[in-house]
Design a binder for this molecule. Structure first.
Ligand SMILES: C[S@@+](CC[C@H](N)C(=O)[O-])C[C@H]1O[C@@H](n2cnc3c(N)ncnc32)[C@H](O)[C@@H]1O
Length: 364
């Protein structure tokens, strides 16, 4: 075969393909054939940019199982994937022909695949910046979020792991969750329904979490502003939005919604604040004012109705409905619609309270 010189554009293409491959491979279950003739099973978490180290979750080795392990690539003879999967990754544009050769390109690519800093900028900066490009290479995005990611197969979250395709239909394409994300993400079918109901121009997802709702809003609303107080969870949301191909339609803002609210305006605000952990369900009645994970649930609603005329509030199924109605009477002339959100096994999972939302009511 004739020797071909590795031009910057060929190097670009090769690097693009390998990043694409590892981005897509993350989360896949694999068997590693090791040099010492042993087999180890686990799930790929990430690979360093030089591909010298594999980070593997739940690595089962002959001497035990490691929840998170780093394996030297030189110790691995082969990586066998347990099932085929689709390669899906938005890609950075090729470098211009006169970009100064390989080194310049590598830098450009690194800049392109790193999660943009806008997510952690103060609200004003984030709003004025360009919307984050739809380039979030999982391989490198993993670096920032690695310690927060949670393997859903662990005992604590195994119940949710079994429902992973209800939570995210495209789970296998590389969705990442942290521990709280496993407990709190809105299942995709419910999020999809809420998104249809909240269809509007500008929507604010005030408590974005790992992105279950924001991703669906990106399909029904022209512009989504996704806020979360936890920067690492917001990175997971951005990553998951990229998995669903909608990251470029969402503006991610790191901050406290209540602090940001006076500077925001939208058509709809969606509220899905923390319910204080999985124990919320054991209370006979959920008190909206005091049990919202340390926040005042009524104050959140008041602040939201100053931002938008319509507020969707995702509430626990055992919420005090009398109080929900009382707030509607106090804050929006009683304009309230309640809806049960039904999850797997036809069980009621939550209650949606739509405050305002008067115009298109008959459509629903
Ligand atoms: C129940 S989770 C949201 C789940 C989300 N709807 C989903 O489907 O992935 C609540 C989120 O609210 C965030 N949060 C808590 N207090 C906040 C605040 N004051 N401002 C913004 N986000 C906050 C938490 O970090 C958490 O990610």
């Amino acid at each position: 075969m004739e020797h071909e010189e590795t031009t910057p554009s060929v190097a670009y293409e090769l690097r693009r393909r390998i990043l694409d491959f590892w981005w897509s491979a993350a989360g896949q279950e694999v068997t590693l054939r090791m040099r010492e003739s042993t087999l180890s099973r686990g799930a790929i978490a990430a690979v360093d940019a030089a591909q010298s180290m594999l980070h593997v979750r739940q690595l089962e080795t002959p001497i035990g199982t490691y929840p998170c392990a780093t394996v030297r690539a030189t110790d691995v003879l082969a990586v066998e994937f347990e099932r085929p999967w689709l390669l899906e990754c938005p890609l950075p544009p090729p470098p211009p022909p006169d970009s100064g050769g390989h080194t310049a390109w590598v830098r450009a690519a690194a800049a392109a695949v790193c999660p943009p800093a806008a997510s952690e900028a103060p609200a004003d900066e984030a709003r004025s910046s360009a919307v984050a490009p739809a380039v979030a290479c999982r391989l490198l995005a993993c670096r920032g979020a690695c310690h927060e990611q949670w393997d859903g197969r662990r005992r604590e979250t195994h119940k949710y792991w079994k429902q992973r395709y209800h939570l995210f239909k495209s789970f296998d394409k590389g969705v990442l969750l942290d521990r709280e994300g496993w407990f709190s993400v809105t299942p995709q079918a419910i999020a999809r329904h809420i998104a249809r109901r909240c269809q509007s121009d500008v929507i604010i997802d005030a408590f974005t979490g790992a992105g279950g709702n924001a991703i669906q809003f990106a399909r029904t609303c022209s512009h989504v502003i996704a806020i979360d107080i936890d920067a690492s969870r917001l990175r997971l949301a951005r990553h998951n939005a990229a998995v669903y191909g909608v990251a470029d339609r969402i503006e991610f803002i790191h901050g406290d919604f209540l602090a940001l609210a006076p500077r925001l305006a939208a058509d709809v605000v969606f509220l899905s604040p923390p319910w204080g952990g999985p124990d919320y369900a054991s209370a006979p009645v959920f008190d909206l004012d005091t049990m919202m994970g340390g926040l005042d649930g009524a104050e959140i609603l008041r602040a939201s109705l100053r931002v938008a005329p319509n507020v969707g509030y995702f509430l626990p199924k055992n919420v005090d409905v009398g109080r929900v109605e009382e707030l509607a009477a106090e804050l929006c002339d009683g304009a309230l619609e309640l809806e049960e959100c039904v999850g797997v096994n036809s069980q009621v999972k939550a209650l949606m309270a739509y405050y305002g939302f008067t115009e298109d009511e008959e459509e629903w």
